[in-house]
Design a protein around this ligand. Structure first.
Ligand code: FUB
Length: 672
């Protein structure tokens, strides 16, 4: 029976959509334990439990979970948080303040998504396992009014076999498994009455009805978190397992282990370890295994964001491989995780793939642990390698890097390895700017500490997917992240023989032939008087035939041609420059009584078909229609508009169009 509309509240809408970019851990704004990954509709959906810090009144050193979120990803690198899908307050049969929403699972069957989750029941002790259903993997999920009868325990996992039969596995009195009925909500088979062991100081409990069967063939020792899957004709039952000796003074922690069988409910043949114990004694591990786009992955957890508290955990991913006989190769935990990062993302390079043995990583902020990590390269020669960064789409780029180091320390970003080609050279300095005119602010001092965000030009931009290696070239340096950005595109080169260009809607001429700029010794633009300019331009004009300078034909992205960016792009003097510019206008007929309307930064002189038509003198900013000529005639056929622009300390550019008697733009011509 479906529950009341009130209970529909438990199908909380995914109101919050967040996004995380990640290596390991993969979710960076909340704790995500017990990660069950499932592939639905060519996307990976992640159903973790949601560790939080226990509120007052709750045991402070224990697991604490009040709700579930679901996340999705298409590339295993960027994850979208679809928000809360179920809360303890809206589970009809659950304790609203149980904080026991432990490891869940979600499967698709009968055109529906079935979400299985453990929770503390309102009455009785221990855990029950409930089901919530939805038409979508991201909810809203509707809770069944009662938990599954005969299942007492935690960590449900459901396997839907090739023939459509479904099996549920859970931990409670060892690992148990049972066939589910076609409705996915009930166990198929009789329940047995089991006498409950009496716990010291607790009242005797009535016998319990338990379904399914204990999974046979598993090793001795504590086991929980079953995850079952099928590959070929092998069934795998995988589980966190404590293999070490227990007892006084011993504190063995969980490995991930597995067994294989030709039947979904065993008996099982124990095969060994998938992942060894966490090196830092985080007690639990919990996992899922999924194939996505032809590669198998292990999702698991570690307390990476709360190193001193192993009840607050975070999901991580590694690739997983099988041997020819179906056995699983042991997986090593990495910080880098999986997936290809776009060079344009903030790359947490401190989660490196490999590094020289002296490199260390640490949380940047031990209070706000989600602020992530820093890696420290302690001396000249230290290095860290970060695999799989995709530079597709980057052409003319620069680097931003967040780092902490003494003044003048240098480090390089190289391609492929510690001896690889240098992509960027970074020198830590707050005094001398790392200059490349036209770059965004060269550095920003982070107010809260001494981290600097540096903007650095590149020696070259790598191509395709490649590996990055940071090498320390001086004193110790700590690095948080780095990111590549394309410089804005100001213009595109025009090939010879290209189709003619048109003036834009406002009549602005965007195609110009520009001569590479000539350096001039102008420190201040106040000298740009009429006579100074005419003399200067006459001198330059006289030199023009002898100039061996290159000419470029460019189409501007904007209404104005950014001469400063042009100089920068072709490595010429950007400040204190003189520019010759020309454009050829092809008119279908004589166009009379037009005026040239233009603007420039700084001063400029304009000629139409060899006749001087306008002078913009003085220290100017570029303003549309800043100067307007006398009436002119654009003759049928080709007209050459030429101008000279000169600027001392400012950013040079120009804009030009022709307007009619009423000030309307002239647009009925072509530009060669
Ligand atoms: O997250 C709470 C519990 O810790 C899980 O249910 C167990 O598998 C262990 O990971």
């Amino acid at each position: 029976m479906r529950h009341q509309p009130l209970f529909l509240l438990c199908t909380l809408l995914s109101t919050f959509i967040g996004s995380a970019t990640a290596q390991n851990p993969i979710i960076r704004d909340q704790y995500t334990a017990d990660p069950t990954a499932r592939v639905f509709n060519n996307k990976v959906y992640l159903y973790p439990s949601h560790d939080i810090f226990p509120p007052a009144g709750q045991r402070q050193d224990w697991f604490c979970m009040a709700d579930y979120h679901v996340f999705s990803s298409e590339n295993l690198t960027e994850w979208t948080d679809h928000g809360m899908i179920l809360s303890q307050e809206t589970v009809p049969w659950g304790k609203p303040d149980g904080y026991s929403m432990w490891a869940p699972d979600c499967v698709f069957k009968n055109g529906k998504y079935y979400f299985y989750f453990p929770n503390a029941p309102k009455s009785g002790r221990g855990f029950a396992i409930g089901v919530a259903t939805s038409d979508s993997p991201t909810g809203p999920f509707t809770c069944e009014p009662e938990p599954i009868k005969g299942v007492s325990g935690i960590d449900p996992c459901v396997l839907v076999d090739d023939d459509g039969s479904a099996y549920i596995y859970w931990s409670g009195m060892g690992i148990r498994g049972a066939k589910l009925k076609g409705n996915m909500l009930e166990l198929d088979g009789e329940l047995q009455e089991v006498k409950m062991p009496r716990r010291e100081g607790m009242p005797e409990m009535p016998p319990m009805k338990v379904g399914g069967q204990a999974m046979e063939g598993l090793p001795d020792g504590f086991k929980e978190g079953p995850f079952a899957f099928k590959r070929g004709d092998w069934y795998y039952l995988t589980f966190p397992w404590v293999r070490g000796e227990t007892g006084e003074g011993k504190n063995p922690t969980e490995t991930l282990a597995y067994s294989m069988s030709k039947s979904p409910l065993g008996p099982w043949d124990f095969k060994g370890i998938i992942m060894a114990e966490h090196a830092n004694h985080c007690w639990t591990n919990h996992h899922s295994i999924v194939e996505y786009k032809g590669q198998w992955y292990l999702f698991y957890h570690h307390n990476a964001f709360s190193p001193r508290d192993d009840k607050r955990r975070s999901a991580q991913i590694e690739k997983l491989f099988f041997n020819a006989d179906g056995t699983i190769r042991e997986v090593k935990e990495t910080m880098r995780g999986v997936g290809i990062n776009q060079a344009t993302e903030k790359i947490e390079i401190d989660r490196y793939s490999t590094a020289s043995s002296d490199v260390t990583t640490a949380l940047i902020d031990t209070v706000n642990t989600f602020r992530s990590y820093q890696a420290t390269l302690p001396k000249k020669g230290s290095w860290m390698l970060y695999k799989d960064v995709d530079f597709s789409g980057l052409t003319d780029s620069y680097l931003i890097v967040s780092a902490l180091a003494p003044e003048n320390t240098e480090f390089f970003v190289r391609e492929k390895n510690a001896k690889g080609k240098v992509i960027a050279k970074i020198k830590m300095t707050v005094k001398s700017e790392i200059t490349r005119p036209g770059m965004p602010t060269p550095f920003r001092r982070d107010q809260s500490n001494q981290w600097l965000t540096l903007t650095v030009p590149l020696e070259y931009t790598p191509k395709g997917v490649t590996d990055l290696c940071v090498t320390c070239e001086g004193d110790a340096v700590s690095i948080d992240w780095l990111q590549f950005k394309n410089r804005p595109l100001y213009f595109t080169p025009v090939a010879s023989g290209a189709e003619p260009s048109q003036p834009d809607d406002q009549g602005f001429i965007r195609r110009w032939r520009l001569m590479e700029p000539i350096a001039v010794d102008v420190r201040s633009n106040v000298i740009f008087t009429d006579s100074w300019l005419r003399n200067k331009f006459a001198d330059e004009l006289a030199k023009l035939p002898k100039q061996k300078a290159k000419w470029y034909t460019l189409e501007s992205e904007n209404y104005n041609m950014k001469l400063f960016r042009f100089a920068e792009k072709y490595g010429k003097q950007t400040y204190g420059s003189f520019f010759w510019c020309e454009t050829v206008i092809d008119c279908p007929e004589d166009i009379q009584n037009v005026r040239l309307a233009c603007g420039s930064n700084g001063a400029s002189l304009w000629w139409l078909n060899g006749e001087e038509v306008l002078l913009l003198e003085g220290d100017r900013r570029m303003v549309v229609d800043d100067g307007v000529s006398q009436r002119l005639t654009l003759k049928k056929g080709q007209n050459t508009l030429r101008c000279a622009v000169i600027n001392g300390p400012g950013l040079s550019d120009l804009c030009a169009r022709f307007i009619d008697e009423k000030g309307n733009p002239i647009t009925n011509f072509q530009i060669q």
